[in-house]
Structure formats: C-alpha cells, structure tokens
Design a protein around this ligand. Structure first.
Ligand SMILES: Cc1cc2nc3c(=O)[nH]c(=O)nc-3n(C[C@H](O)[C@H](O)[C@H](O)COP(=O)(O)OP(=O)(O)OC[C@H]3O[C@@H](n4cnc5c(N)ncnc54)[C@H](O)[C@@H]3O)c2cc1C
Length: 327
C-alpha cells in the first residue's frame, strides 16, 4: 500500500524482507520481482528520479522511442502497488547494521518533518545519481533545455546528435574526453570549459587533430525556445550556434545514508558481484549507483537480479531452518 504519515501505523510488517531505497527504474523493478517472490517489500523514494528527468526513453525494447521516463515510473509504481508492496515518499537518512537486520531512519515530509525507523533483513540501494549541471546566474535557463536537446548521456543520445553541431560542456579536462566517442556520431564539436579549468597542450593537440573547436569563456546563457537549445551566448556577448549540447560534468552519488557501513566503492559507484550484491552480504546495489552502464534496461535487469538473489538467500535460510534434526 501507499504509506503516508497518517497510514504508517497500518503497515503490516514490523520487519520487511527487503527495503529498497529509491523508486526509479531499478528500485521499482526490484520491488515488482520481490513481491512476486512473495517477500515483503518497502520502497522509499524521495522523488525527482533521474528517470523522471528523462524526457524520452529512446532505446528500450518494446516501448515507443519517445516514451517519457515519467510514464515508465508511473506504470512501474502502479504495477508494484498492484502486487501489494508498501511504498513511502520519504528520505532515507541513515542505515544501521544490527546484525540480522538493518534499522533504517527515514525523514517524512519537508516542512515539519517526522522521523520513522523501519527494520529490514535486506537492503537494496537503488538511489541513483544526479548529473551536475553548468552553474549559471539563471539556473532556470539550464533547466529549460537539460534533458531535451541539452543531453547528459552519450550512450542514450549519441544517435540523436548524429551530424549535428554539438557543444560539449565539461567540468575538467578528463570530462571533456567524452568528445572523442561523440566524434563517432558527429564531427561538428565545440568544447566549452565555461572558464572553469585549464586545458593541457596534449589535449589541445588531440582536439585540433580531431577538428574540434575549444572555447574557454564562461557561458552567459543558453539560447533557444520551446525546450530546444539553439546555441550559447558567451560572457563577451558573442553567440555560438548549436543543434544540441552534451553536459559532461560528473554526478552526485546518492549514497550518504550508507556512510556508517563499510562498503567497496569505485569512484562514487558501489562495487557488486553479478547478482548485484555489494561487499556486505545483505546489501545490494542496483541501477546508476552501482558500477556499470547507466541505462534503464540495465537498471530494470539489476532489480530482477538482486530480488532473485535475495529470494534465493531467504529460501535457503528457511529451508535449512525447516530441516529435521538428524537422530
Ligand atoms: C536526461 C536523461 C536522459 C536519459 N535518457 C536515457 C535513454 O534514452 N535511455 C536509457 O536507457 N537511459 C537514459 N537515461 C539514464 C536513465 O535515466 C538512468 O540510467 C535510470 O533512470 C537509472 O535508474 P535508477 O533507478 O538507477 O535511478 P533513478 O531513476 O535516479 O532513481 C533513484 C531514485 O532514488 C531516489 N533517492 C535518492 N536518494 C534517496 C534517499 N536518500 N532516500 C530516498 N530516495 C532516494 C531518487 O530521488 C530517485 O527517485 C537518461 C538520463 C537522463 C538524466
């Protein structure tokens, strides 16, 4: 059921089999599989999933290529709820390992928040990441285009940018390297440092050899209308016309609530085995938060894998408890 501050006391499970942090593609998929394995599940989601920001899902088998991410989430959430999973819109602040269970501290509501503690045998970290965006004086100007033709994901949208004039906005020299795989799709590439960092001679030489243009001025604003970016205006007032943009500025990893637990990370991503188990035997990580490809199809598959492994674990534990003691 959908839990609220008012209905929290109606929940039936004092200890869930699995608590999923995050209700994006990965978390919802895990929840659907867990409920279908007859395990008790709670998904806690604070909203604003990366999937929600995705205006068009271009590459998911069986869905029309312009399906908005919010539709995938809406359908996934109602599917999960139809299987009697519990769902709470709230923010997970802290997870404490109690040995056989975890206690999960949750903040409910923004204004006048209340706090609740849930207990679970297994935890699935499906809390994703969020892309850093260029910081302009007017951030609405960035939000007007980000996720439309101001892309954040080369794998998702390289095809959409084929033969277009593309501006790549980086946050560091290494983040600008995305221009080279982008060159597979289009040769018309301008790189923007937004005045934030120096570019080495080596990279300048590689860019020149590839035919790319480097621009080191701060960006004043993106130009365009109806969510279609058509260029950038630089700090000195000059304008560069573009057909699309690619932001490559790194991400924030949503894993603060795990800080008290010793887990293996690679960069900000959690390291897992092939069933998405982390270095802790009862914590799984799925979707963008774990090492791997940031794609909806992978997130959905991750959810299935983690739920299946949790079912196997629990089933084996119950079987061994039920085994008759040898005479
Ligand atoms: C603009 C854009 C376009 C994209 N296009 C495509 C595409 O065409 N094809 C494709 O396959 N992929 C695309 N992607 C990538 C795709 O959106 C992600 O790979 C996918 O959404 C990851 O799903 P997830 O469940 O791991 O994370 P998310 O969808 O980000 O879900 C994580 C959820 O956890 C919540 N959360 C975080 N911290 C907490 C907390 N402490 N407590 C409670 N909840 C928390 C978040 O708010 C969020 O709702 C695109 C992404 C973007 C941004």
């Amino acid at each position: 059921m959908k839990l609220t501050k008012q209905t929290l006391n109606q929940r039936t499970n004092p200890i869930y089999d699995a608590l999923v942090v995050g209700g994006g593609a990965a978390g919802l998929s895990a929840g659907i599989y867990l409920q279908r394995y007859l395990l008790s599940t709670l998904i806690i989601d604070k909203g604003k999933a990366r999937s929600f920001w995705m205006q068009e899902l271009h590459n998911y088998l069986g869905l029309p290529p312009k399906t908005p991410g919010r539709e995938v989430l809406k359908q996934g959430k109602s599917h999960y709820l139809s299987l009697d999973g519990d769902y709470l819109n709230a923010y997970v602040e802290e997870v404490i390992d109690e040995g056989e269970t975890f206690s999960v501290k949750v903040r409910i509501g923004r204004n006048n928040p209340t706090y609740e503690v849930f207990r679970t045998r297994y935890l699935i970290a499906a809390s994703g990441i969020i892309d850093h965006l260029p910081q302009l004086a007017d951030m609405k100007n960035v939000f007007d285009y980000a996720g439309y033709n101001l892309h954040v994901c080369l794998i998702c949208d390289g095809y959409e940018m084929r033969d277009q004039r593309v501006g790549v906005v980086g946050a560091s020299e290494s983040s600008l390297q995305v221009a080279f795989p982008l060159g597979w799709f289009t040769p018309h590439i301008t790189l923007f440092t937004h005045g934030a960092f120096e570019v080495s001679e080596t990279l300048r030489d590689r860019m020149t050899a590839a035919g790319y243009t480097l621009n080191e001025q701060p960006i004043h604003q993106f130009l365009g209308e109806n969510h279609q970016m058509s260029g950038v205006e630089l700090a000195d007032g000059s304008v560069i016309n573009l057909d699309a943009g690619l932001i490559s500025m790194g991400s924030k990893y949503h894993a603060d609530y795990l800080q008290n637990i010793d887990l293996d990370y690679e960069g900000g991503n959690l390291v897992t085995d092939i069933m998405n188990r982390t270095s802790h035997p009862r914590i799984f990580a799925v979707g963008d938060l774990k090492v791997g490809m940031n794609q909806v199809v992978i997130a959905a598959a991750d959810g299935a894998l983690s739920a299946t492994q949790i079912w196997r674990d629990i089933r084996r534990q119950e079987d061994s408890r039920r085994k008759p003691v040898a005479a």
